[in-house]
Design a protein around this ligand. Structure first.
Ligand code: GAR
Length: 180
């Protein structure tokens, strides 16, 4: 299965997906970034075609030209326009660092999520892989992984443990979708 990965940041999730593609049922055929970021450098290092743009028509065309079957949002911090959500319905998935439907929606990304989790004194936290719909973080849930919140946790330590789970969960889900 040919996948495109959309990223905006450090691209550690992208790196994991690249590192594991040889043993799993997908091929990273395209990396799309909406800004200059480390994720693009990682892709280039692995000779994966990249596209850095905010032009959604260009992105849509590139997905078709690269024969993409699944789009994976891996730390992609831009809103997907409705027409792309509709056109690529059930073919875009996202990894989010919370147990959705809790701590999703506008402004809930990266470390802000774990700050909110700790402020609410949650006992458990985690990550969710879900289909992308027009509602931010509101598409149907595919899989989740949980971690305990420890009394000594800071947003950073909690985020670190959750990201370890993300890097196990996301390749597994993509592999399962590839084998459907
Ligand atoms: C990941 O923790 C991902 O869950 C989060 O951004 C990080 C990306 O890290 N995504 C969101 O918060 C989306 N709402 P990376 O750039 O190192 O892969």
């Amino acid at each position: 299965m040919n996948i495109a990965i959309f990223a905006s940041g450090t691209g550690t999730t992208l790196q994991t997906l690249i590192d594991r593609q040889a043993e799993l049922g997908y091929h990273v055929a395209l990396v799309v970034a909406n800004r200059e970021c480390q994720a693009v450098e990682r892709a280039q290092k692995h000779h994966i075609p990249t596209l850095q743009t905010k032009d959604w028509t260009a992105i849509d065309t590139a997905l078709a030209n690269s024969n993409i079957q699944l789009v994976v949002l891996a730390g992609f911090l831009a809103i997907i326009p409705h027409w792309i959500c509709e056109k690529w319905n059930k073919r875009i998935i996202n990894i989010h660092p919370s147990l959705l439907p809790k701590y999703g929606g506008k402004g809930m990304y990266g470390i802000h999520v774990q700050e909110a989790v700790l402020a609410a004194k949650e006992q458990e936290a985690g990550c969710t892989v879900h289909y992308v719909s027009a509602e931010i973080d509101g598409g149907s849930i595919i899989a989740q992984a949980k971690v305990d919140v420890l009394p000594e946790d800071t947003p950073e330590t909690l985020a670190q443990r959750i990201q370890e789970q993300e890097k196990i969960l996301l390749p597994r889900v993509i592999d399962e979708l590839a084998h459907l």
